[in-house]
Design a protein around this ligand. Sequence first.
Ligand SMILES: Nc1ncnc2c1ncn2[C@@H]1O[C@H](COP(=O)(O)OP(=O)(O)OP(=O)(O)O)[C@@H](O)[C@H]1O
Ligand SMILES: [Mg+2]
Length: 254
Amino acid sequence: MRKGKVIAVAGKGGTGKTAIAALLIRELLNAQENEDVCILAVDADADSNLPDALGISYDKTVGDIREGLLEEKQRDVTLDIRSQFEGRIAEIIAEEEHYDLLVMGRPEGPGCYCPVNHLIRMIIDTLTKNYDYTMIDCEAGLEHLSRRTTRDVDVMLVVLDTTLKSMKTALRLKEIAKEIDVDVKKLITIANKIPAGSDKRIVEAAKKYNLEIERIIPFDPLIPEYDANGIPIMDLPDSAPSVIAVRLIVEKIL
Ligand SMILES: Nc1ncnc2c1ncn2[C@@H]1O[C@H](COP(=O)(O)OP(=O)(O)OP(=O)(O)O)[C@@H](O)[C@H]1O
Ligand SMILES: [Mg+2]
């Protein structure tokens, strides 16, 4: 039996969710080097960046499958969407040695067909049980929580940076997670891109918003440098300050 632990990385746009999700996968694998650990990476952002951060290419998204099936259903009303879905999702999972990647792609369009989205959630809930960890790189903001694309999360990492806007979003995320029917077992607030010497200031600033920052990831010039040169964040050196900080987060999660 796999552990089936679901970790979601959420927060305001640009706070560093994707970079952190990639580094978490890397450090989760490193921390359990001797074990046969398997991780499912889910890019739940319509503007998919996680594949680049991981350095993997992919073919199709869950959104593509949904659109394709809806078109087929229009031609063939007897089509059993559910059984088709399961098989086709399995086909589009990109496989690496110790982790797999599923890209969600575009969310439902104007012709939203809610049962299909419900099916997607069910299938993902089933999929996560085949992995030790599922790492979800959420889309920016709050919508995914309200739409409940994220369900039964063991650990939700709420990322903020030095901006007040990102703190406000973090606070709202915390409040919404409590209100709605998503079971978030543990919530960890993380400050990212923090310049040297600013740790205390950011912790105090967050306190004013009732946020307790539990981990800090420093501003690491290698991350924008890798991004600018199209090098996967996953390939950062072990000694990079951001990698060391994420290692501490993994210890907390484990
Ligand atoms: N610790 C860090 N130090 C320096 N720069 C960082 C750090 N983390 C992320 N960045 C930079 O911040 C920008 C946003 O990072 P990233 O794309 O991971 O954020 P995101 O929250 O996933 O954004 P989006 O909401 O658009 O998906 C990128 O340019 C990245 O290079
Ligand atoms: Mg992102």
